[in-house]
Design a protein around this ligand. Structure first.
Ligand code: NAP
Length: 290
């Protein structure tokens, strides 16, 4: 029941019409027995600053930020968490007494998706396809986990400083980071984890494949595709056909949402009430995933 005490949350992005977030979060808010509602607003870039002022004026307790505002939003915030600064993008904001605090929960969502499968990232050899916004978030997460090395493949050759400027030398010293172009990809290299962060293979271009994974890695290599539509991309199909584990982007999406809830409701035991499976069931019930 919406009443005078209802707390407000929202998504600011463009487009937002197909976002899972309102269904996911409103269901979670209900399960947590909280008098709060989550809406989605389609916000033009030139109105982002006004929208944030509006959130404060209307007393919203927080928001999620999505494409195309994740980077731009940072200049309007009063505080930005260390990892979000390193990534250079914010996807969650919390309004504390009219001061806006920014966080990036994509990174914890990504790392937790390995932890829930008991996959240890320490000392692992990682291959990342793509060097866009999502790649930056996952690379920062992998650096914190002290992986052995990360090879990052893209169409254009990047230098470290093209992608990162806030990563402290201390964080970086345990991991070798190499920026390569696709022509330099060596399918014989024994990567432990191969990650697609490009939109290649995403609906409607479901027959596209960033790299033929059949002969890549070894029997225990894990393949991870950040895409969640479709749930099984061609990249993951190939991994399955060669009997290797494939992980899609749905866990990362769900877990980043749970971590946003934790920022908005620090005094609620969110994890006790909302788990990955709870959200997965809600998405199934609403025919969002089959
Ligand atoms: P982005 O910032 O636009 O970056 C996309 C990257 O993919 C860029 O490095 C781009 O390379 C590369 N790329 C695009 N088309 C390509 C092609 N045809 N061949 C090779 N490389 C190509 O986008 P993003 O925010 O990182 O998102 C990337 C993907 O991750 C999307 O599919 C998105 O849905 C998914 N994602 C999932 C989650 C989740 O929670 N599961 C979260 C965030 C993102 P260039 O720079 O050369 O164009």
């Amino acid at each position: 029941m919406i009443n005078g005490n209802t707390k407000l949350l929202c998504l600011l992005g463009s487009p937002v019409e197909h976002s899972f977030s309102p269904i996911m979060h409103n269901d979670s808010l209900e399960r947590m027995n909280l008098n709060a509602q989550y809406m989605a607003f389609n916000i033009k870039t030139e109105l982002l600053s006004e929208s944030l002022k509006g959130l404060k004026a209307l007393g919203f307790i927080g928001a999620n930020i999505t494409i195309p505002h994740k980077v731009n939003v940072m200049k309007y915030l009063d505080f930005i968490d260390e990892k979000a600064k390193m990534i250079g993008a914010v996807n969650t904001i919390v309004n504390v007494n009219d001061r806006l605090f920014g966080y990036n929960t994509d990174v914890v969502g990504f790392i937790e998706s390995f932890k829930l499968r008991n996959i240890n990232l320490y000392n692992k050899k990682i291959c990342v396809f793509g060097a866009g916004g999502a790649a930056k978030a996952i690379i920062v997460g992998l650096l914190f986990e002290k992986v052995e090395h990360i090879d990052i493949f893209s169409r254009k050759r990047f230098q470290f400083n093209d992608i990162f400027d806030e990563i402290s030398i201390d964080l970086f010293k345990d991991t070798k980071l190499k920026f390569l172009v696709y022509d330099e990809f060596d399918s014989g290299y024994l990567y432990d984890i191969v990650i697609n962060t490009t939109p290649v293979g995403m609906y409607p271009n479901v027959d596209e494949l960033i790299i033929d994974v059949k002969s890549v890695g070894y029997k225990d290599t894990v393949f991870y595709d950040l895409i969640y539509n479709p749930l099984e991309t061609k990249f993951l199909k190939e991994a399955r056909k060669s009997n290797r584990l494939g992980i899609n982007g749905l866990d990362m999406l769900i877990l980043q949402g749970i971590y946003s809830l934790k920022h908005w409701f620090p005094n609620v035991d969110v994890e006790n009430k909302i788990q990955r499976d709870t959200v997965m069931n809600t998405l199934k019930k609403n025919n969002i995933i089959l």
